[in-house]
Design a protein around this ligand. Structure first.
Ligand SMILES: Nc1ncnc2c1ncn2[C@@H]1O[C@H](COP(=O)(O)OP(=O)(O)OP(=O)(O)O)[C@@H](O)[C@H]1O
Ligand SMILES: [Mg+2]
Length: 348
């Protein structure tokens, strides 16, 4: 018996005009369900009664299990726990001269997570792109006073801080495009690498602050140098992609130079693996390589590649308030919790 035309289907979806079925053979027995009806065969994220709904968004990779065994004390909740305050203000510079590795995203989400955990947190946007200001819902249009006025004009930091609606206790020093000229203006200034340090010290003398995050531009210019001099800890976000470690050795050389010449308080304490795609071998290889180089500094939690994380800034939000149930939010909370607990342990 010959094949029989059974129907015409739309070619726009890639189907041929005519769809044929051989009645002697019949359609293959393919379930029209996209998931197994047998709950024992379902993914762990799909189990349970009620409507079958992914625990995490379909376009997200679920957070990975911690690579360290001794973090049982780190909660797996997605709501922020009350976090321990450090004994003294911890000032982080978030640096990596490689562009687009997740500096701003890390600064914004970690700062928000710590603030939601009950701590007082300040974000200094030191990048003329003003991405951290955008992500924290703070105006940074031309003419808005911010880090340019503080670093170049010598203004008081307190005068230009803006509270972020992301969390109580979270303040932001916005950056405008004016800051683009600061690199050149700084060259001829006296004590050009100490200007942010002075402003920050004056502010911290009168305002209780648990954490400061300084978001740097993707360069090792005078703005980043000001941040390295003002900070006491460095957080390097490393994207789990090819070329990830390229440039990190240059950054470590710069850090050692700054440490020796300008700021002996500076320590590289934290490396955060970002944009981890658990489906690729490359991500796992990069993560392993980074953990070999920075065994003590690399946080157990990695930040997965997540659509929610990349969408959040366009709503002027961190991922924690934009999609609190997402894998991106959960991993940011865990990373913040690990940072907070490490700081407390170090001080013990
Ligand atoms: N975990 C993630 N999953 C998906 N997208 C991400 C993730 N982290 C960051 N991104 C996206 O990648 C891009 C670069 O991130 P981000 O701006 O944080 O990097 P950056 O190092 O601050 O960049 P720059 O060097 O330009 O300042 C952004 O579009 C951001 O939304
Ligand atoms: Mg940035």
């Amino acid at each position: 018996m010959g094949a029989v035309v059974v129907e015409k289907v739309a070619p726009g979806l890639g189907w041929p005009w005519d769809s044929y079925a051989d009645p002697a053979i019949g359609w293959p027995d393919v379930s029209r369900e996209t998931m197994s009806a047998d709950p024992r065969r379902a993914s762990p994220f799909m189990r349970g009664n009620g409507p079958r709904r992914a625990r995490y968004d379909v376009d997200e990779v679920p957070p990975l299990p911690s690579l360290e065994q001794d973090l049982d004390d780190v909660s797996r909740e997605t709501s922020p726990a009350h976090l321990p305050a450090p004994p003294t203000t911890r000032i982080f510079v978030v640096a990596n001269q490689k562009g687009g590795v997740g500096k701003t995203t890390s600064a914004v989400n970690l700062a928000t997570a710590l603030a939601l955990g009950g701590l007082s947190v300040l974000v200094i946007d030191l990048d003329p792109q003003g991405n951290a200001s955008t992500a924290l819902g703070v105006d940074h249009s031309v003419g808005t006073p911010g880090s340019y006025e503080v670093v170049i004009g010598g203004d008081q930091l307190a005068d230009h801080l803006v509270g972020s609606s992301e969390a109580p206790g979270l303040a932001v020093l916005p950056a405008t495009i004016d800051l683009a000229g600061a690199e050149i203006e700084l060259v001829s200034m006296v004590a050009r690498e100490n200007r942010l340090l002075r402003a920050l010290n004056a502010y911290l003398a009168g305002h209780h602050t648990d954490y400061v995050f300084i978001d740097c531009p993707p360069s090792l210019g005078l703005l980043t140098l000001n941040a390295l001099v003002a900070a006491n800890e460095i957080l390097i976000p490393i994207q789990c992609e090819y070329y990830a470690l390229e440039g990190v050795s240059q950054l470590v050389r710069t850090i050692n130079l700054v440490k020796g010449e300008l700021n002996n308080r500076l320590r590289l304490t934290t490396v955060l693996l970002t944009m981890y795609d658990g489906r690729t071998r490359l991500a796992a290889q990069v993560a392993e390589e980074v953990r070999t180089h920075f065994a003590a500094e690399t946080l157990p939690t990695v930040i997965p590649r997540s659509v929610r994380i990349s969408e959040a800034p366009s709503y002027g939000q961190s991922v924690l308030t934009y999609h609190p149930d997402s894998a991106g939010a959960a991993s940011s909370l865990h990373a913040a919790e690990e940072i907070a607990r490490r700081g407390t342990r170090r001080a013990d």
